[in-house]
Design a protein around this ligand. Sequence first.
Ligand code: ATP
Length: 777
Amino acid sequence: DISSSNISTEPKTKKKRIGMLTSGGDSPGMNAAVRAVVRVAISRGCDVYAIYEGYEGLVNGGDMIKKFGWADVRGYLAIGGTLIGSARCKAFREREGRLNSAYNMVKNGIDALIVCGGDGSLTGADVLRSEWPGLLDELIKEGRITAEEAAPYKHLTVVGLVGSIDNDMSSTDITIGAVSSLHRICEAVDSISATALSHSRAFVIEVMGRNCGWLALMAAVSTGADFVFIPERPPASDDWESEMCEILKKHRKLGKRKTIVIVAEGAIDKNLKPIKADYIKELLSNRMKLDTRVTTLGHTQRGGKPCSFDRNLATLQGVEAVHAVLRATSDTPSPMIGVRQNKITCEPLMKAVELTRQVAEAISRKDFRRAMELRDPEFSEDYAAYIETTIVNDETLSKNKCLRIGIIHIGAPAGGMNPATRAVVRYSLNHGHTPVAIYNGFDGLLQDNLRELSWLDVDGWAAKGGSELGTHKIIVSDLDIGMIAYQLQKHRINSLLLIGGFEAYSSLVELNNYNNQYPAFCIPMVCLPATISNNVPGTDFSLGSDTSLNAIVESCDAIKQSASASRRRVFVVEVQGGQSGYLAVLAGLAVGATNVYTPEEGVSLKKLQLDINHLIRRYGEDKQGTSSGRLVLRNECASETYTTDVIANIFKSEGRGLFDSRTSVLGHIQQGGAPSPTDRIRATRLAVRCVKFLEQYTSHPSSSEKVVFPSIYTNTKDSAAVIGIDGAQVIFTPVADLLSETDMKYRKGKKAWWINIKELVEILSKWGYYEIEPELN
Ligand code: ATP
């Protein structure tokens, strides 16, 4: 879900002949990267060559280097691993191997190389580039190529894409494949949790990651595991065994029936001694007398089908890689395409590799603070949030209560509502507050439907979809505002967290508007956006939007399969989102839709005509009858006139026998089942920040004071805010300031960072290719 820029406004440059390879361990999304590189390169007038089996193909040449056309990458988006193969190639590590590579590249006319792989693969590419002039001289000397042949290839352009499930590369927040791998891990841990709960067992689960604990930590946050071991942050104590057992015993004492410990394969203690799953099992069996099993997830973690995020990340980075090739000059260092704060970046490749190596060095020097610093900016915060929401802090549990935090879910259910509530409850209890659930929205408040939540009440909520508190579309302005004030006062709610979509936001606006009339609203209040539509102002992402994208992508893959089996069929798929085209556009990119209809752009006869022309041309091109099915995604509010049925009917009657059309309205499936790992992680981080925000408005009682229930009074502008994600930053914007950014009529924020991505959907489906560059056809 990354904003892209300059998709079609890049200057045209001379034709390049780009070689593309995938190398090292495979990761989900590599195929999406290949597809994007191939298609964008072709639409920019370049030739693209797939190099099979990583550097093996480059060293061996022959039929391992194949020119790719538009249709060669058809269907690539949804497939895991890498279809052009990957290998660990010994020969390429030797100069002789690289000499052969140079020969094969010159013979095929390749003057640029895009490599998708880990730090080893990217280093290899840079070594080739630095040796390039010398390799050419040697080839000429040996008489394998002539000086004339070599002349056009003076400079080699190299661009790196980071494909790695470990998320172990510095200078980028996330690598291609890591999130899909996390999806598989979470599915596995969720399944194991069910059996652990049934038999009251303990499980020690080993996940991948040699020098990098990203997968282990994020899996622990996402699944609510009881303990985690990561290489960057070994247990502080020499007797960590007893410490761990104490914590796990405490959890059992509180009533937990299952114990889950996650161990990264590279986990170590503070003296660098490896911590292995079997050893932990022994501890749990012998010291705690728990029936304990070890599960090593192994290669299932390679990920399989890429999730929506990886497809889009790889696509946007693939596009940028082609642009980087076209921009490159002989004296710019080889770039690595990364992503920082939701923006695609271009960093010097070797600097990133160097920083990555420093992590392993820092760990070997036992400089764990440095190792944590070298990770992406969210890593340390996620670790802290994990500890604060997992480990019971007895000292504060019994302390005087400071805040009585009302938690309310408003609007439609969205993935992440429960994980957020769990995190608020756990963190609050650890800080001496009282979390109070307000069931069934504001209606429930009026009916005294409130209950204090305990540590155990929310156990298991990390993985639960929907809303355990019950959510309601009724908003404050539908109800008696005086009664709401009365009820908040009656239940001594002195801080409020509203989790929900636009209804939650507008309710907060309303409560804030009335704070000069009702002192009950002069309390800190925060809205945590949670809606699949991602239409709340003040944030780039709302909870639930990632879960929903994955649900849509999964459904669309199935629909596309059906459409492809029927050969010439175009599905018009209706997706939700209200007046926001976010889901349609981002899902359109992830499933390879032919086009997308959004409320932002609307639908017109002219546009439909262009789409029909395009479909006729595409199906007309297909002479072998192997044409694939195609999808057009239509947001539910894109047009009042051109409904999903109308569009499908128009397609059908205009298809001239070349294609027919069907509709599919995805409906509530789009809320998703279990929340996606991304939504769970965001929920945890943001929920902790929300409580910290509320805490700012209370003065902590001194330890000598007995029962303290501070009557908090605040009516400053800042004390009623929306929490948001702005790139990698978490921000709080006062609701009063957000009004100017809000389109109240269409119930959404005025900014839509993702809007340009629609153009990329068109380019990658060849729609833009015809429209933008007809002479290339
Ligand atoms: P992963 O993160 O999955 O380990 P990686 O890209 O780091 O991926 P490596 O096995 O280190 O995986 O590297 C893949 C291939 O890249 C090697 O088999 C080799 O062909 C090439 N390579 C790696 N390092 C170098 C190097 N220093 N010089 C030349 N080639 C290299």
